[in-house]
Ligand binder design. Structure first.
Ligand SMILES: *Cc1c(COP(=O)(O)O)cnc(C)c1O
Length: 388
């Protein structure tokens, strides 16, 4: 029996910057019979994924936690600060670090920007000079509220040059699996399952530097998010509490899939960069404006007085789900996902639908420029090399 509703759900194209669609290969991996988490079969999956995550993150250790990404953000703030933290609020997720800090009774020094504006070394310098007792700096690599990219390398390098003891907490939830992340000056690197890994929500992970490992080993703090207890367990390929077994099996499916298609993660970085760039050029070619001052590759974000109408036409006429803005950006922007591994024909269909929606809304006559510019800006040689 097929109701009208399920038809819409199965046929619509999910183009939101998280959750992203789960490919068939991974869905199939997760459809295997349930494994108990305290079995050698599951432990071997856990060991496999642990090692692959360590390599992907470029960090010595990694912890997997059954929670959404925000849980990992809370775990890091809770474990590594007792008094005062510095947070960068250039959007909803940066704002969240501040909210977590206040909820924990910490003093929060917050750098507040417009949501299209990344942080700078100067802004951080000003605060570090005023506040010598900052314990942690918390910042996104990509702030998903407005799709912007922070100059994280420069900022973290500066922070460590001022005071090596300041713990750098980087939210890489929309950066890991999208781009290479330089972890030289990062102590905690946070990731989540439902973005570039194309998995269902519910698994978060945290990459750890040597310094973070030492601090965790010598300081057991918290209960569910007790990283010390987790580290002890996860080094033995098990977890303190019931692991997110199906998603971890799906994560193994993600790594297997890349191998199965004879790719490496760098190919995905390159492919994502190519489509992100071509998409932005295409959107601009039909008179749309890219919102952030420095764009991330994980998504394209447009600010437009027609944002709400475009989202609605895409949904109703073309069964495409793109994302709008949250809070102060509600009704003002739309966001298109590039995370995961998006087929060219899908993004091309979405761009065509956006151009058509401008015609439907009497904003601009359709002349198929969006797709022309999209394909013009894809580097065919690079795509060929990637086997696309
Ligand atoms: C999605 C996202 C998160 C995590 O949100 P959850 O809903 O808790 O998974 C955190 N930071 C950024 C930048 C994100 O895009």
């Amino acid at each position: 029996m097929e109701s009208k509703n399920t038809k819409i759900i199965t046929q619509s194209l999910l183009f939101t910057p998280g959750p992203t669609p789960t490919p068939e290969y991974i869905r199939y991996a997760m459809a295997q019979p349930t494994l108990h988490h305290r079995t050698s079969e599951f432990e071997s999956v856990f060991a496999n994924v642990r090692e692959k995550l360590q390599t992907l993150l470029g960090m010595k250790e990694v912890l997997m936690i059954a929670s959404s990404g925000t849980g990992a953000m809370e775990a890091c703030v809770e474990s590594f600060s007792s008094k005062k933290i510095l947070t960068i609020n250039s959007g909803k997720f940066g704002e969240r670090f501040g909210q977590i800090g206040r909820a924990k009774g910490l003093e929060v020094i917050e750098i507040i920007n417009e949501w299209d504006t990344p942080a700078s070394v100067d802004m951080v310098q000003e605060q570090l000079e005023k506040h010598k007792d900052i314990e942690c700096i918390c910042m996104q690599i990509c702030e998903s509220a407005g799709g912007l990219s922070h100059p994280y390398k420069e900022i973290f390098e500066y922070v460590k040059s001022v005071n090596d003891n300041i713990i750098v907490i980087a939210d890489g939830i929309t950066a890991i699996g999208v781009q290479h992340v330089d972890t030289t000056n990062i102590d905690l690197l946070i990731g989540g399952s439902q973005k570039a890994f194309m998995l269902p929500p519910g698994l978060a992970f945290i990459g750890l530097s040597d310094r973070a490992i030492n601090l965790i080993e010598s300081n057991s703090k918290g209960y569910y998010f007790n990283l010390s207890k987790e580290l002890k367990n996860q080094r033995k390929n098990t977890t303190a509490y019931t692991a997110a077994t199906s998603i971890i099996i799906g994560l193994k499916g993600y790594f297997d899939m890349i191998q199965h298609f004879n790719m490496c993660i760098e190919d995905i970085y390159e492919y994502t960069a190519l489509i992100a760039n071509a998409t932005k050029k295409s959107l601009e070619s039909i008179g749309l404006h890219i919102y952030p001052k420095v764009s991330a590759n994980s998504m394209s974000v447009v600010d437009s007085m027609y944002a709400k109408d475009i989202i609605s036409v895409l949904k109703k006429q073309y069964s495409i789900n793109i994302a709008g803005g949250q809070d102060r950006l509600k009704g003002k922007i739309f966001r298109i996902n590039h995370m995961g591994y998006i087929p060219l024909h899908e993004i091309s269909f979405v761009l065509n639908a956006i151009e058509l929606s401008l015609d439907i809304l009497n904003v601009r006559k359709f002349d198929s420029v969006a797709n022309m510019v999209f394909f013009e800006n894809l580097n065919c040689q690079a795509l060929k090399k990637l086997g696309v």
